[in-house]
Design a protein around this ligand. Structure first.
Ligand SMILES: *Cc1c(COP(=O)(O)O)cnc(C)c1O
Length: 365
């Protein structure tokens, strides 16, 4: 069982959709495929425009920094992915200020306001909706609103790679919303997406930047249902299948099911006495702080065939992260919390009494 918060499991119907012969990208056939997929994607993103890149998620992050930061960026860093925006600024020679917090702590909206007022040249803000390093939810929508209240020309870029497809995101004040194929979109790695507001599109008129990862150049092509360079046709066939299935089930139904699964998982692991790591947990994943995380993960893999993720940097060996993105079934999620309870018993940490299963099941009543 692949239950890491990216890459996530690719369902069989998606693998089947991608098993056909490759199509040529300069054809009517591809344009129809692209249009159908893009129309569904815009509904999922809840944005008026979007571009798709053949890159991992970081490609879309880099494209947004290149296009939307002209004078100075404000980067929100509560983990590995926030930190990445800062590293991209360094690589692209963009001045930036950074608000750094512990990986369990979301940024405070007031601090963002004060920082913007103190740095008049900030023209762009970069934040994760869910910071996957610790599994925390930033108040991305509140941040976007506060920023626009100060100056509506500041571009708000929200990295929703572990939020798009997981939960409803209010995009009213967000200019660019990033998604990636290997998280909630249940695809293999290799596609990134940037949803764009009307204002973002207007901003792009005067700041086309980059070559391959050029949002403006791609937008111009993709508005005509084609791509600037060879399109990742196979992954787009997969994306079409995913979005069709998600639309059939209903985005709101998926968000509700994911939320319930995340809550039931958190509740059952808390009931075992385990510590939820982030102060504001996102629904994309459950992160547990535990000194024996490596032992628990190894036992889950070797004895129960369950793959979950660990932590990085100072959290290596200190946390484990369980994915809730995509079409995870309750019988899979409940088996994970059961297996964790068994592991705790085998490690001599807590006697097994079926609490995890009981609390998870109660969440389904
Ligand atoms: C996975 C992820 C990314 C992108 O990482 P890639 O390895 O480049 O796909 C960016 N932001 C967040 C929050 C992520 O979880």
């Amino acid at each position: 069982m692949l239950l890491t918060p990216g890459p996530t499991a690719v369902p069989e119907f998606v693998r089947n959709a991608m098993s056909k012969q490759t199509i040529h990208h300069r054809t009517k056939e591809f344009e129809l495929l692209f249009k159908d997929t893009k129309d569904m994607l815009l509904k999922l993103l809840n944005m008026p425009e979007c571009v798709i890149f053949a890159s991992s998620g970081t490609g879309a992050m880099e494209a947004c920094v290149a296009s939307f930061c002209q004078s100075k960026a404000l980067v929100i860093n509560s983990g590995k992915f926030g930190e990445r925006f800062a590293k991209i600024c360094v690589a692209l020679d963009k001045p930036y200020v950074e608000i750094i917090n512990d990986w369990d702590t979301a940024v405070c909206v007031d601090e963002i306001k004060q920082t913007i007022l103190a740095h008049k040249d900030i023209d762009s803000v970069f934040v994760q909706v869910c910071e996957s390093a610790g599994g925390l939810r930033h108040p991305a929508e509140g941040i976007a609103k506060a920023v626009k209240n100060i100056d509506k020309n500041i571009v708000v870029v929200a990295d929703g790679i572990t939020a798009v497809g997981v939960e409803s995101i209010d995009t009213t004040y967000i200019d660019a919303l990033i998604a990636g194929s290997q998280k909630a979109l249940m695809l293999p790695p290799g596609l990134s997406v940037v949803g764009l507001s009307r204002q973002a599109v207007k901003t792009l008129e005067s700041c086309s930047a980059g070559y391959y990862l050029n949002i403006k150049a791609e937008l111009d092509k993709q508005r005509q249902n084609t791509t600037a360079y060879t399109a990742p046709t196979t992954l787009i066939l997969g994306l079409q299948a995913v979005l069709r299935a998600m639309s059939d089930i209903g985005f709101d139904t998926i968000y509700r099911q994911t939320k319930n699964r995340a809550k039931a998982t958190r509740d059952s692991l808390s009931a075992l006495g385990l510590q939820i790591y982030p102060k504001t947990p996102a629904d994309a994943m459950t992160t547990i702080y535990h000194e024996r995380s490596n032992d628990i993960r190894a036992m889950l893999k070797n004895n129960f065939d369950i793959n979950i993720a660990g932590g990085q940097d100072h959290l290596a060996g200190k946390i484990f992260r369980i994915n809730h993105m995509g079409f995870v079934r309750d019988y899979e999620a409940v088996w994970v919390v059961n297996a964790i309870e068994i592991c705790l018993d085998k490690l001599g940490l807590r006697q097994f009494d079926g609490t995890a299963n009981k609390i998870y099941a109660k969440g389904l009543l």
